[in-house]
Design a binder for this molecule. Structure first.
Ligand SMILES: [Zn+2]
Length: 42
C-alpha cells in the first residue's frame, strides 16, 4: 500500500493553462492557473 506522502511526491507538476508556468502546491480550488494569472490585478 503506497503511503499518502509518497503518492503526492510522485504527482506530476501542474502547469498553468494560461502561461505554462509550473503551479506551486496549493489548494485545488483555483483551477489550473498559476498565482500570477489567477491574481485579479493582473
Ligand atoms: Zn500563469
Amino acid at each position: 500500500m503506497m503511503s499518502v506522502i509518497e503518492f503526492f511526491r510522485n504527482l506530476p507538476e501542474k502547469q498553468c493553462s494560461k502561461c505554462g508556468d509550473v503551479i506551486q502546491e496549493k489548494a485545488d480550488c483555483y483551477g489550473n492557473v498559476c498565482d500570477e494569472c489567477d491574481h485579479p490585478a493582473h
